[in-house]
Design a binder for this molecule. Sequence first.
Ligand SMILES: *Cc1c(COP(=O)(O)O)cnc(C)c1O
Length: 397
Amino acid sequence: MTTSPRIPGRRFLHSPGPTHLPDEVLDAMHRQPMDLADPRLADTIAACEAGLRRLADTEKAELFMYASNGHGAWEVVIENLLPPGSTVLIPGTGHFSDSWALQCEALGRRTIRTPWREGEPINPQDVVDVLRADRERTIVAVFVVHTDTASSVTTELDALRAAIDGADHPALFVVDAVASLGAAPLAMDAQRIDLLVGASQKGLMLPPGLGFVLVGPAAAEVARRNPAPRFYWDWGRRAGKLPYQKFCGTPPLPLLMGMEASLALLFKEGVDVVHARHRLLAGAVHAAVQAWRREGGVDFFCGTASARSVSVTAIKTAAGIDPDAIRSLARERFQVSIAGGLGPLAGRVFRIGHLGDLNAAMLLGALAGVEAAMLSLRVPFGRDGMQQAVDFLARES
Ligand SMILES: *Cc1c(COP(=O)(O)O)cnc(C)c1O
């Protein structure tokens, strides 16, 4: 047992996943399990299925859920869509596009990656060029990370759909919306997304452990023709009506009970209102960083203002300033948990998550904690960041 003293009050969780949980979700999860034939379980699963399809704005797609994290959901996509040895195009967005590509390669699939330009969204022309050059039409799909949580860059999905259409290529349009679903607008049918990947612990305000895919008709057909052997990840096996079939075994009951509650919260607030709240809170963070960067110690990692994510902001530090020291101090002394840099950005950035169950006061607390940590470490930053954030919130709310 550790003997650290109790810290009064709450520690603020501002990582871009896992995110803060609403009390309603905690309450819903704090229940005894049900037996697998209990009709209340079937009702909960049906509510989750209907809610996720509604959130993704689709009537055409089928939903399959997995007891897994986001990496598991990535594997679902790979195993179902891509025959061994086949090729997928993964445009570079940062750490998450690279990680998905590595997973494909480890599983014996070939990848074509376009380079990622630090802090910039995908260039649709890169996608057009690769698809046009693929005269044999061997590329099965384009895997796009909507919001790369490591670089905090969001790519416009319409431009990529147009790129695939413009190249007149039959490749499936597959989108990882793990960090954007429930935070940024997205309409699967209208934007003609063939497959959408999501996970529980970010905008959906749940603990980690539940991954899911929404599968449109074209993706379902490609999977039916894919002869690769598969079992747990095979969505074809999950088509039954019984909870035990839908989850290839016992469903993760607490997560489903939590998800029913979290989706109800999102619809009660109104999905458009939720998106507007995310834009507002992101705007306040951006206003603060805009002031901080004046003194040269820290700056936006994403230089293109229009591509900055509503979910998370990556902040790079100047040479000699350790972002992990800021992060540790913010957590240990000021009770604000933020995230560090991933992959090639390790030791170069810290990240403030601003998605999920948050309001203005929580956000201001987080910004103040980060300022206090930077001040303690003598990081040069524009001292009116908080004031700019408050002004922004007062003006735009
Ligand atoms: C978090 C995240 C993942 C991976 O999710 P895990 O649950 O950590 O495996 C995948 N893609 C994006 C965009 C993410 O933000």
